[in-house]
Write a protein that binds this ligand. Structure first.
Ligand code: NAD
Length: 250
């Protein structure tokens, strides 16, 4: 078990799937967790689950693709938690599935706004608050599609590659001031993002795409993320960490 007592964490996209699992693990490990999502009711439910487990949490409705709302989220976290020490920029969408030449321009922009600009808007507010708090650790949720491509997912693939690159640049910039920034690359994880967006036929084949023969769980992504957030990962920054059941080893 990790010990995050006395630390405050923001998790975006925390009402569901991977973000909810991370928020729960941080909360059960002593952090004050700001559970943020577009889905306010879902965020409050996860905050309530943390409190029911004896932890400290607050729900906060915010759209990561809105710069002002990311500023408000960080202000809220600092007010409630007395500072900011950890952030997980996890909110993301799959977007439309289509070949590049057929890809709807609105859909493309939406994917980039949430998956890429959302991480930028988040980090540009989190970093100054962490500097005032004496340092911190950020994890940005990429994907295996941060290093390989996938049919009919050019916008998502582009956004997740960009998150890996932005993470590297930001990590170099803030390492001297005690802020570590890493990205995480999950393969297919059993969450609503997958079950709501993949066609039934593709979904039935997804397990076999991984050498381990199954999809991953949100808890397995949370375990890696919490390690990277923790002081035990003190020499790890600017890198991209796979949790992929061997998918990209093939
Ligand atoms: P999910 O759909 O279960 O949860 C995503 C959450 O993000 C939802 O609660 C949703 O309301 C929220 N969200 C969406 N747009 C938002 C916005 N603009 N502002 C704030 N919140 C917003 O998805 P998940 O599978 O848990 O995905 C979490 C992250 O992990 C995403 O970045 C996704 O790209 C990434 N990821 C998922 C998989 C997978 O197979 N599930 C694989 C690799 C990477």
């Amino acid at each position: 078990k990790f010990d995050f007592a006395g630390k405050t964490a923001i998790v975006t996209g925390a009402a569901s799937g991977i973000g909810a699992a991370i928020a729960l693990e941080l909360g059960k490990s002593g952090a004050c967790v700001i559970v943020s999502d577009l889905d306010d009711g879902g965020a409050q439910n996860v905050a309530d689950a943390i409190k029911a487990a004896g932890g400290t949490a607050h729900g906060f409705e915010a759209d990561v693709s809105d710069d002002d709302e990311m500023a408000a989220l960080v202000d809220f976290a600092v007010k409630k938690g007395g500072g900011l020490h950890m952030a997980v920029n996890n909110a993301g969408i799959a977007g439309p599935m289509a070949l590049l030449a057929d890809y709807p321009v609105d859909g493309w922009r939406h994917v980039i706004d949430v998956n890429l600009h959302g991480v930028f808007y988040g980090m540009r507010r989190q970093i100054p608050a962490m500097l005032k708090s004496g340092g911190g650790s950020i994890v940005n949720m990429s994907s295996i599609l941060g290093s390989v491509g996938f049919l009919n997912a050019s916008a998502y693939t582009a956004s997740k590659h960009a998150v890996v690159g932005m993470t590297k640049a930001a990590a170099m910039e803030y390492a001297p001031q005690g802020i570590r920034i890493n990205s995480v690359g999950p393969a297919f994880i059993d969450t609503p993002l997958l079950t709501n967006n993949l066609e039934a036929e593709l979904l039935s084949q997804v397990s076999s795409l991984h050498p381990v023969g199954r999809m991953g769980t949100s808890e397995e992504v949370s375990a890696l993320t919490c390690f990277l957030l923790s002081d035990r990962a003190g020499f790890i920054t600017g890198s991209y960490h796979l949790v992929d059941g061997g998918y990209t080893a093939q």
